[in-house]
Design a protein around this ligand. Sequence first.
Ligand SMILES: [Fe+2]
Length: 308
Amino acid sequence: MRSINDETITDVALEQMSGTSDPRFKLIMEAAVRHLHAFAREVNLTPEEWLEGIRFFTAVGQECTSYRQEFVLLSDVLGLSALVGLLNDKSGTGFHSDSSLLGPFYRENSPHFELGESIATKTHGREIALYGHVLDSNGRGIPQASIQIWQTDEEGDYDMQKAEAAEMDLRGTFDTDSEGRYYLRSVLPAGYSIPMDGPVGNLIRAQKRHGLRPSHIHYLLGAPGYRELVTALYIDGDPHIGSDTVFGVTDSLVVKPTEQDPASPFPNLPGIRYDFTLSFAGKDQASGRVGADPSQITRVAQRAGRAT
Ligand SMILES: [Fe+2]
């Protein structure tokens, strides 16, 4: 029998988990336990404080629905989503555009549009053109690449935050043409506050943070043989471009709409031209998504619940 004290408890716990057969799962859980124990020691965590932590995580879970993912939001505001994305970027093969967060408002199976169409099917606002190429690391256009796009309206709301949350708007899927070009229309999005009416909002207020994201448009791009790219374009001039609550902005993703561009497919509309570069798929076909459609996560949790 081993003596357990505040120093030996970590090794004892790791020893009990040492039979884990999956080596990657073993590595992750061992590191998680080591760092969690170190965290408790560093702050000398009290029972009441840890109970408060458990209450917080419980509330985060209870806030999750098919249309809201509070855990993704928590990961985002702690900078963990951005960090995991940046680590994933480093493992890409060849040059690629910078990534940014998927965020909690992504939805699978958004409506398919033809090039040139507008994703603003229910919303009115200042119309803009979005266009450019999807390129490989050698600068060649990728034909029939898939582009999923989603954004807020000019009030800063996503479709799933509205009363008719099941109805999709300001999101869609396009395919590039034979030369890798894409062009579509939308409306200029507004920046927004992350949902502040749940436990993550309470955390943000306790930390005296503003909880705001600068105006942006999300993109998820992919093609067979290429690594999926999760990214976003941020509109220059937004007052919160330098203090994004979820740490998604990097210089290469900041864009300024041009008033007129003779080379634009829509020369009379303000436009955002951006060429995205996808890296070639390496041995691992791992997705760069940190998160998922909230309804998918809820479904998995429900299945797991039934199994136990
Ligand atoms: Fe967003």
